[in-house]
Design a protein around this ligand. Structure first.
Ligand SMILES: [Zn+2]
Ligand SMILES: [Zn+2]
Length: 329
C-alpha cells in the first residue's frame, strides 16, 4: 500500500502582491518579500539568493515561521479526512493494534526564533525599502538594506546604499509613529532597539557598498581582500591605499575620521559584546564618555550623525576612485 498524498497549499500574499520570505541561514534569518509574480516567473527553483546575506538555497527553503505554522494547519485540515478515511479502510484489513502514527508521518522543522524588533505596521512601512533588480527586473522588498537580487543574485549594493541612507534618515518619523501606536515605555524601548539595529545596518550597507566599489576597480583582480574586511575601517584603509593610493584618513577631515571610527567600534560592541564597553573600545576610540563595563547609549542624534559621516565617506571614496582610475588611464 502506498500513501503518497500530494498537497497544494496556497500561501496568502500581502496587499501589494508580495510574498513573505525568510532566509534559512541561521546567521541571518532576515525577512524579506518577493513579488509573487516574480517568485513564480523569474526566481529559479534550483537557486534563490537571500537579498540580505547572499546565502543561496533551493526555492523550497524560504518559508517564514508563520507560513510554516499556517501550512501545518492547512495540511492537517487536508490530511485528517484522508487519514480518517484510510484508517477506516485499513481497519478492516489491518491488525487493529496498528498505531495510526505508523501510517503517515509528517515532520517539519521550525527554527528557534531569534529576538526581533517588533514594530507597529505604520512604523514598519516607513522602514520598508523596495527594489527592482536592474539586471533581471525581479521586484523585492526588505525592511532595511537588501543587496542581492533573490532571482539572479546581482549585487545592487550601490543603489541599496542610497536607499538605506534615505530610510535611516526617516527614523525621527518612525519615532512619531511608535509614540502614537505604543505605550510610552514600549515606544521608548522599541525605538532604542531600532536605533541600535540601524547602527548595524549602516555598517552593513557601507561594507557592501565598499565591496562593490572595490570590485569595480581595474586593479581588483590582482588584490584578494579577506572576507568582511570592509567592516574594519583601518584595515580597509590599507587596502584602498594599495589599490588607489589614498587612505580613508586623507579623504575626510580628521574630526570626521575619528567620529566615524568611534561609531564603527560602537557597532562592533553592539554586535559582539551586547553593547558593553570594554578596554579595547576605549583604547581604539579614546571615547571619554565611557568606562569599561558600561553599556553604550545610542541616541537618535548619534545615528543621524553616523548616517551623515558614512555618506560623506562613501562620496569621498567614489571621488577618489574616479581620480585613481583617471590617473591609471
Ligand atoms: Zn540571509
Ligand atoms: Zn536580478
Amino acid at each position: 500500500m502506498t500513501n503518497n498524498i500530494n498537497l497544494q497549499i496556497s500561501i496568502p500574499l500581502d496587499d501589494d502582491g508580495y510574498l513573505d520570505r525568510e532566509c534559512p541561514a541561521d546567521a541571518c534569518n532576515a525577512s524579506f518579500k518577493v513579488h509573487a509574480d516574480d517568485w513564480l516567473g523569474k526566481v529559479r527553483d534550483e537557486k534563490v539568493f537571500c537579498p540580505v546575506c547572499g546565502h543561496t538555497e533551493t526555492s523550497d527553503h524560504w518559508l517564514t515561521e508563520e507560513q510554516v505554522e499556517y501550512c501545518k494547519g492547512r495540511m492537517l485540515q487536508q490530511v485528517m479526512p484522508v487519514v480518517q478515511n484510510m484508517l477506516q479502510k485499513t481497519a478492516r484489513s489491518f491488525n487493529q493494534r496498528q498505531s495510526p502514527g505508523g501510517i503517515i508521518q509528517m515532520s517539519m522543522t521550525v527554527k528557534p526564533s531569534r529576538p526581533i524588533v517588533v514594530v507597529p505596521l505604520e512604523a514598519a512601512e516607513l522602514m520598508r525599502q523596495r527594489y527592482t533588480c536592474e539586471v533581471c527586473g525581479c521586484r523585492y522588498a526588505a525592511i532595511g538594506a537588501a543587496f542581492f537580487c533573490p532571482s539572479c543574485g546581482h549585487n545592487s549594493a550601490k543603489s541599496a546604499f542610497r536607499e538605506t541612507i534615505n530610510t535611516i534618515r526617516k527614523l525621527p518619523q518612525v519615532k512619531i509613529a511608535l509614540d502614537t501606536a505604543l505605550e510610552r515605555d514600549d515606544a521608548a524601548n522599541t525605538y532604542r532597539l531600532l536605533l541600535e539595529e540601524n547602527m548595524g545596518k549602516l555598517v552593513g550597507t557601507f561594507q557592501r557598498f565598499a565591496e562593490a566599489t572595490f570590485e569595480a576597480l581595474t586593479v581588483a583582480g590582482s588584490i584578494h581582500p579577506r572576507r568582511n574586511v570592509f567592516q574594519n575601517l583601518l584595515e580597509s584603509s590599507d587596502l584602498w591605499e594599495q589599490a588607489i593610493g589614498i587612505r580613508y584618513e586623507d579623504m575626510i577631515s580628521m574630526h570626521d575620521w575619528q567620529a566615524i571610527q568611534r561609531y564603527f567600534q560602537q557597532r562592533h560592541l553592539l554586535a559582539h559584546k551586547d553593547g558593553l564597553v570594554d578596554v579595547s573600545y576605549i583604547q581604539k576610540t579614546n571615547d571619554a564618555q565611557y568606562q569599561a563595563g558600561q553599556r553604550l547609549v545610542i541616541k537618535e542624534d548619534d545615528v543621524i550623525l553616523f548616517v551623515g559621516l558614512v555618506e560623506k565617506l562613501a562620496d569621498a571614496l567614489i571621488n577618489a576612485c574616479h581620480k585613481g582610475n583617471d590617473a591609471e588611464g
